[in-house]
Design a protein around this ligand. Sequence first.
Ligand code: FAD
Length: 376
Amino acid sequence: MAVDLITLSKFGGPDVCVGAYVLDTQRAVVITMLARQTVLATGGAGKVYLYTSNPDVATGDGIAMAYRAGAEIANMEFYQFHPTVLYHPQAKSFLISEALRGEGGVLRLDDGTAFMKKHHPMADLAPRDVVARAIDFEMKRTGEDCVWLDMTHHTADFLRQRFPNIYAECIRWGIDMTERPIPVVPAAHFCCGGVDTDASGERPSRASWRSERPPARGSTAPTAWRATRCSRAWCSARGGALHAEAGTGPWPEVPDWDIGKAAPSDEAVVITQNWDEVRRLMWNYVGIVRTNRRLERAQRRIALLQEEIREYYWKHLVTQDMLELRNIATVAELIVASALCRKESRGLHYTLDHQETEPTLARDSVVKRGVGAHLR
Ligand SMILES: Cc1cc2nc3c(=O)[nH]c(=O)nc-3n(C[C@H](O)[C@H](O)[C@H](O)COP(=O)(O)OP(=O)(O)OC[C@H]3O[C@@H](n4cnc5c(N)ncnc54)[C@H](O)[C@@H]3O)c2cc1C
């Protein structure tokens, strides 16, 4: 598991990436991996939210590592929420497809009230972000833990044939969708922001990695590319990563990972506690509908948590859980900072304090370590 990118500037050299420190999880030691090219392909960051459709690995590691190494991170306030993921304490990340609403599924509150009509003329067929917002609104208003997707107007045979996987998964959790509505919540689904790259996924071409003197493509300077989801140009990034040319210069001198006085962790509860806290506060304060006050509150809380995490990180030998916690806390910080600098509602970023889309703000938000967030 990659811990951190190695940049020579850390050791007084030029600001280029030459590989990564990597945790060997079997032997519990951190090894130094030097590389001519470093590709970030660590996936999404959905675990930063309490509910997500993403797998457990989606802790935004590449984004967090790149940020710590000085790269610019763009547009992190844009997080898409899927409106309906199965709500069950043990069921992880199971999507209840929007095709169910396409087949006439109706979203209801605990007392059976259908609520989508009052939110949009298309009711349950409204666009994804509208439905997610409406569910969030109703859950916050009523204090209920979930809403219900009702398919019981169809016959049991039809539902079993039309939605065999969803039917089987629900049955696995004791929910018979042919007889009663399915409990659902919206869930973080797609991270639109990420490491700022150009369309080829190769970036140091414009001041992201290094503002003064970015290494040119094809130069001997080892550098970093990012591919797929953790980069914001993820859809075309793979080609860039594959076509990047290897440098041929001598390998730099890089000190090995120094454990200092770190000792084995004796309080893993700090990790679980902070893990829950980050995800819950992101869900409640930085979720589908935002306000300045909630964002500011979240920012203060995240800063406190990060202090605690940092202290823990320096005192203990690194573990996968600790690294993932450190990374989701960083991703949380980036989302909040980006959201706070966008004084409008636009697409997936919706705030009650600025509900209109402001044409002059159709610009990227950018966060850089030591510089802060701004619209570019
Ligand atoms: C519920 C759901 C449904 C989807 N349905 C579709 C679909 O129908 N069609 C479609 O095209 N796409 C779909 N997607 C999207 C698709 O799964 C993702 O876009 C794709 O997996 C992203 O690929 P990736 O390589 O960026 O990340 P991933 O596939 O997440 O791979 C990231 C890898 O990096 C590893 N990693 C993470 N951190 C570290 C670290 N610190 N060190 C070392 N390794 C690390 C992880 O273990 C993982 O192996 C869906 C996604 C979800 C969540």
